[in-house]
Structure formats: structure tokens, C-alpha cells
Design a protein around this ligand. Structure first.
Ligand code: ATP
Length: 488
């Protein structure tokens, strides 16, 4: 029978083994901020590597970028974030807790701590039958009000030249702002994509659920530019490609699905959008968004053409954003500075954009949940993470069976040789069985043990995490043996 993993099991393992800690824990912690520990940083780097490998390195039609977090204030005016990036919230009159309106559950529904986030986005505002997730009161809410999600900060030391800036709430706008630079400096031709991985910040109303929803998080985004009219074909291409990526990295198919956005749920810029959803063990065990794939049309590039036209007005108004409106679109916008000239077809147009936007932290959580397993071995519980080899933080554990008879020296030599090729871990403390268990729990695919026989015939045992089977391998064959089994 399939065992249901609980979020508490994951949180506890992450803390116990140094995957993830609460931020500023020695000061009592900072809500919704997390730090990745020694194993966690390796896992997260491997998730990013796997994404970059699939989306950039293995393709001939995608290039990478790494933009700054702070951008010109007009970027966020043009993108629509200054005016539109807000959640509708309501305050409970009884306990004063503020909740996103689209996160409120109906009284009749099963009430759990983490309410489905695919509940319709605040289209209907009748809250008379909604339950406060904090105190359980029904229907005692204020009128819904918008709550801005972008973090504000100041740039510059002097009052005169300081500006109110925003921490980016998505990485995508850095890509649009560099579209021209990439066109002018590389040989890319449409269709092509620009990819970026980086931190984003949103002052989320409700967080909880560990690293699922935090105020600082990492995104992996691709903006794939194509000719209008070919956008639906590319949308289908990226839906399949991104879904398959999770499956190839070991996520069980039954825990993954695609969900089309309903018309009234679509963002203002999107022609169509699907979410890749994972069955997270959050409260009700609901399906939750892992990645959004959107057809953003030519919206962003056109908006930035308007943004550029607004620059003069912005200077004239002492760089105060509240006083200015975004300039109207030029009549000849299709030949504007962010247009593309197709020299085979001899025509100019503003490209359409397909955007797969994934959360690195959310993916890491999904990989942890999906890999987590408990089983009974000879009357004892064994905890393990059945990570795909590419994601495992440590690839190989190296042990001497005992700390004498020259075994540690041989094991150290093997470790020093292998660590040039894989992330390895050397351990000589305690009983070997316990060392295996520690590596099982860290998700390490293979453990090598130097034993009494090693001195006689130069072989060691290689133990497989999942089957616990051991094979003897000659020390001079170890590297190629592991390379083959790890597929590296
Ligand atoms: P939600 O509806 O959950 O608030 P969203 O639809 O606003 O998410 P997008 O803007 O589509 O999210 O962001 C793309 C991806 O970035 C999401 O699928 C998710 O993986 C990740 N992401 C967004 N917000 C957060 C957050 N607060 N914490 C962690 N990851 C996030």
C-alpha cells in the first residue's frame, strides 16, 4: 500500500540532516525565510544544474542571462507590476488575521490549515460563508482590499537623488529589458529563448507550508520568443518538455498533472496558461502549482516600448512615479526598438513569448517529498531519500570498515581520487551499518567500503542505496564503474 508522506516528516528530516534551517534561528527565526544547509545547498544547486542543462545547455535555441535584482523603476511601471501586482485580502474582524481572498475556504468545505491555492482567484467577493483560517470564524471579514506584493527599498544616499526601487518579483522582466542586447550581440534568430535563474521577492500575505511559499525565493524562467501564429505550437512544445523534465528526474507520474487556467483566472497579459501541479502533502493534500507555463503574447515587449517612451516624462516629474502615466503605444509600434526583423521573410514584427516559469525551492520540496521513503529492514526502520542520481547531494560515501589495519589509509586514497569527479563524503565514525543509514537518509546513491579483503585482492564493496545490494569492484575500476552507474 502506498505510504503517504507527511510534510512534518520532511521538515524534521531537513532540519535533522542539515538540508534546510529556519533563517536567523538563533534569534527565534524569521517567518517564511529559510537557509539551505550543507546538504540542501547541494540539492538546490543540482536542481538548478538539471534545469539549466535541459533548458539551455542541451538546446541550440536558448541562451542564458543573469540580471540584477534591482532594475529601473520604469520597468515595473511598464510591466504592470506597479499598478496591478497585488493580492486581494480581507481582514478577520475577530482575530485581525489577514488572508488572501482566493485562499479562503467555504464553511461547508473540509477546513484544513493550508487551503487549496487553486480556489478561484478572487472573482466573487461574497465572503459571508468563508472561514478564517486563523480563528475559524465564519463570514466576519472586512471588505476585500488590494495588498501590494512588491518589496520597496531606497537607492542612493542623498534625498535629492534617491529613488524608490523595488526588489524584482519575477526574473522575467530582466530578460525582456535585455531582449535587444541579446539580439545585437549574439547570432540568435527567432524562434529562440533567453533563460535565467535567480532570486525573486514577494511580500506574500500568507506563507507557511515550509519552503512552498516564501517571501524570498528562487525562480527558473525561460522567455521563448517566436513568430506570432507559431505561439500555440511552441506553447504545446514547452508544456510537454517541462512536464517530462520532472518525470525524467524521478517524480512519480501519479503525483504530477497539468491544469489549464480557466478564462477568468488568466493573468492580464496571458492568452493561455497551464500549471504543472504536484500533489504536495500540505494539509488537505491538495494539488499545488509547481510551475506556470504561459503564452504572454507580445504584451511585455510592447509594454517596454511604451516604458521607453515614458522616460522623458519621468525625468520632467523629478523621477516620481506616482505622477506619471505610461506613454501611449506608438502607432508604428511594430517597427519599434523591441521589434524583430526576420531577414528571410523580410518582415518586422513584435515576437510572441512562451514562458515556462518554475520555482527552484518548490521543485526542491517536491523532489524531497517524492524521494522520501521509509521501510522496515530486519525489524528496524530505514529512512531514505530515493533521489534521482543527478539530484543527490552526495554521490558516493567512502568508508573503511574499521579504523585499523591500514583500512582508513586506503579509503582516504580512494576518496581523494574520486572527489575530483563526484561529490564524495568520507566517514570512519561508528558502526558501518549506521554510516550506511546516514547516507541513505541523505539520499547518497552509492557507498564504498574498504574491508579486510581489500588488502588481499584490491577490491572494495559498492553498496546500492535503493536495493542495499553490494558488489565487489576492483579499486582501479571504481571510477568507471561509478561513472557508468551514476550516468555521469
Ligand atoms: P501562487 O498562485 O502560488 O501565488 P503564482 O501563480 O503567482 O503563484 P508565478 O508568478 O506563476 O506564481 O511564479 C512562477 C513560479 O514561481 C511558481 O510556479 C512557483 O514555483 C514559484 N513561486 C512563486 N511565488 C513563490 C513563493 N512565494 N515562494 C516560492 N516559490 C514561488
Amino acid at each position: 500500500m502506498a505510504r503517504i508522506t507527511k510534510l512534518e516528516d520532511i521538515v524534521s528530516l531537513c532540519k535533522r540532516r542539515g538540508f534546510i534551517f529556519q533563517s536567523s534561528e538563533i534569534y527565534g527565526g524569521l517567518a517564511s525565510c529559510y537557509d539551505y544547509g550543507p546538504l540542501g545547498v547541494e540539492l538546490k544547486n543540482n536542481v538548478k544544474k538539471a534545469w539549466w542543462n535541459s533548458v539551455v545547455q542541451m538546446r541550440d535555441d536558448v541562451v542564458g542571462l543573469d540580471c540584477s535584482i534591482l532594475m529601473h523603476p520604469l520597468v515595473w511601471k511598464a510591466s504592470g507590476h506597479v499598478d496591478k501586482f497585488a493580492d486581494l485580502i480581507a481582514e478577520c474582524k475577530k482575530c485581525n488575521a489577514r488572508t488572501r481572498v482566493d485562499h479562503l475556504a467555504e464553511h461547508a468545505e473540509e477546513h484544513t490549515e493550508h487551503i487549496s491555492i487553486d480556489a478561484a482567484m478572487a472573482k466573487e467577493h461574497d465572503l459571508s460563508n468563508k472561514v478564517c483560517p486563523n480563528c475559524g470564524a465564519v463570514g466576519g471579514f472586512t471588505e476585500p482590499m488590494p495588498f501590494k506584493l512588491m518589496f520597496e527599498t531606497q537607492m542612493g544616499a542623498n534625498v535629492d537623488d534617491s529613488m524608490t526601487m523595488h526588489l524584482r518579483p519575477e526574473t522575467a522582466q530582466g530578460i525582456f529589458a535585455n531582449f535587444r542586447n541579446v539580439l545585437d550581440t549574439t547570432r540568435v534568430k527567432i524562434p529562440f529563448g533567453i533563460a535565467q535563474i535567480g532570486k525573486s521577492f514577494r511580500n506574500e500575505v500568507t506563507t507557511k507550508a515550509f519552503i512552498f511559499r516564501t517571501r524570498e525565493f528562487e525562480q527558473a524562467e525561460l522567455e521563448f520568443f517566436c513568430e506570432p501564429g507559431t505561439d500555440e505550437k511552441w506553447f504545446e512544445h514547452w508544456k510537454k518538455t517541462r512536464f517530462d523534465w520532472y518525470v525524467e528526474l524521478g517524480i512519480k507520474k501519479e503525483n504530477l498533472r497539468m491544469r489549464d487556467h480557466a478564462g477568468d483566472e488568466l493573468a492580464h497579459y496571458a492568452k493561455s496558461c497551464v500549471d504543472v501541479e504536484y500533489k504536495f502533502p500540505l494539509g488537505s493534500g491538495d494539488w499545488q502549482e509547481l510551475e506556470g507555463i504561459a503564452n504572454r503574447t507580445d504584451f511585455d515587449l510592447r509594454q517596454h516600448q511604451r516604458g521607453i517612451r515614458t522616460l522623458n516624462k519621468w525625468f520632467e516629474n523629478n523621477r516620481l512615479m506616482d505622477k506619471i502615466e505610461l506613454a501611449a503605444e506608438a502607432e508604428d509600434y511594430e517597427s519599434g526598438p523591441l521589434s524583430y526583423f526576420d531577414d528571410e521573410q523580410k518582415k518586422r514584427y513584435i515576437p510572441y513569448v512562451i514562458e515556462p516559469s518554475a520555482g527552484i525551492d518548490r521543485s526542491a520540496l517536491a523532489f524531497l517529498v517524492d524521494a522520501y521513503d521509509e521501510e522496515e529492514v530486519r525489524g528496524e526502520k530505514r529512512n531514505l531519500l530515493r533521489f534521482h542520481h543527478a539530484l543527490a547531494p552526495i554521490k558516493v560515501g567512502v568508508f573503511p570498515l574499521v579504523k585499523r589495519e591500514g583500512m582508513p589509509e586506503i579509503a582516504k586514497n580512494i576518496y581523494n581520487d574520486l572527489k575530483r569527479h563526484f561529490n564524495c563524503f568520507y566517514d570512519e565514525k561508528g558502526a558501518v551499518g549506521r554510516r550506511y543509514r546516514r547516507q541513505d537518509e541523505a539520499g547518497t546513491p552509492f557507498c564504498i567500503t574498504v574491508d579486510g579483503q581489500t588488502k588481499e585482492d584490491n577490491t572494495v564493496t559498492v553498496r546500492d542505496r535503493d536495493s542495499m545490494e553490494q558488489v565487489r569492484v576492483a579499486t582501479d575500476q571504481l571510477r568507471s564503474h561509478l561513472q557508468e552507474r551514476l550516468d555521469m
